[in-house]
Design a protein around this ligand. Structure first.
Ligand code: NAX
Length: 327
């Protein structure tokens, strides 16, 4: 049997954690023959709730789950971790400005970045889910300068999955027919699902769904506002679909991408498509199973260029607001 891989999850007693942990422990993150140890990180007031989650995990008797470490100590939490899934963050409260939120979460991600660098395994890779995830990831990455920048990711896969489903419903096809649909930029209401490059059943999406107005007036706003629509309907933010997207993201990173498809994740830009280097920007990506690369050579029309720059500008603004947290 393989040695267990240690997976650290912050915000482990939260809603996404509740969906995510059973999927990791049952082998859906790293495969059906890979044992795992879960390192569950919470803040002190949530340790009681976390105890309940631990009991439930124990009661699943997962064959692959070789240990559970519940803790509010970052050094213990990230010790020997090969994957860190940073889910926990402080939600925006009424009257709170974006700058305040960025500042509060910035402090969390500063210390988590440092603790990851000091304690994690040498092959550590980190996926940030907690919002604002691109900028939280930027902060953690910059506070862990010894960890290569290509090991840091912020999640936009949920937006991609949402967008694929909207195209599939409109075209009346299975979601598996929709490919090459990437999210560009920030995981926020400025993100851009570039439908011009998407395919449906192997044809250009714009040849299958020819109603141009639908994309602009319906598709893009639906995808951008989907999180808010779920909060309105459920009274709680998306959790099972977010956990599912986190599992999908890791699978996309560690497995070879099919030749006719791409996937979305925010990575540290090296200036691809003219985006400011160093921003955590979501691009169409491919993996060869080991390394990731940004898909090059996509022609962006005037509409797409405007959207790609608008979401970049938002990321630049967020970066400027947390400049004092970036060493
Ligand atoms: P919950 O409020 O249910 O859970 C968050 C948990 O994080 C709580 O248990 C809290 O105690 C813990 N926490 C807070 N600060 C912490 C710290 N410093 N260290 C460790 N744990 C800490 O939120 P949930 O619904 O699980 O959402 C978690 C995050 O995911 C939120 O920031 C949310 O905005 C974000 N999302 C990101 C998505 C994405 O696509 N990137 C989509 C879903 C979700 O909205």
């Amino acid at each position: 049997m393989k040695n267990p891989v240690h997976v650290a999850v912050t915000g482990a007693a939260g809603q996404i954690g509740y969906s995510l942990l059973v999927r990791i422990a049952s082998g859906q993150l790293l495969g059906p023959d890979q044992p795992v140890v879960l390192r569950l990180i919470e803040i002190e007031p949530a340790m009681g709730a976390l105890e309940g989650v631990v009991m439930e995990l124990q009661d699943c008797a997962f064959p692959l789950l070789k240990g559970i470490v519940p803790t509010c100590d970052l050094a213990e939490g990230f010790n020997n971790a090969s994957w860190a899934m940073l889910v926990g963050s402080v939600p925006r409260k009424a009257g709170m400005e974006r700058k305040d939120l960025l500042g509060i979460n910035g402090k969390i991600f500063t210390s988590q970045g440092k603790a990851i660098q000091e304690n994690a395994a040498s092959d550590i890779r980190t996926l940030v889910v907690g919002n604002p995830c691109n900028t939280n990831c930027l902060i953690a990455m910059n506070n862990a300068p010894d960890i290569p920048k290509d090991r840091w990711f912020a999640m936009t896969k949920l937006d991609e999955n949402r967008a694929k489903t909207q195209l599939a419903i409109k075209a009346g096809v299975d979601t598996t027919e929709v490919k090459n649909l990437a999210i560009w930029g920030n995981h926020s209401s400025t993100m851009y699902p570039n439908y011009f490059d998407a395919t449906i059943g192997g044809k250009a999406a714009t040849d299958v769904i020819t109603d141009e107005a639908w994309y602009k007036d319906d598709f893009i706003p639906t995808v951008q506002q989907r999180g808010a629509a779920i909060i309105k309907a459920r009274g709680l933010s998306s959790a099972a679909s977010a956990a599912n997207a986190a599992i999908d993201t890791v699978a996309n990173i560690v497995r070879k991408t099919p030749s006719d498809d791409v996937f979305s994740v925010a990575i540290c830009s090296q200036g691809e498509y003219g985006i400011e280097p160093g921003l955590m920007y979501s691009y169409p990506m491919k993996s060869d199973g080991e390394k990731l690369s940004v898909v090059e050579g996509i022609e962006l029309n005037a509409f797409s260029k405007e959207k790609v720059v608008a979401t970049e500008n938002e990321l630049k603004e967020e970066k400027a607001m947390v400049a004092d947290l970036l060493p």
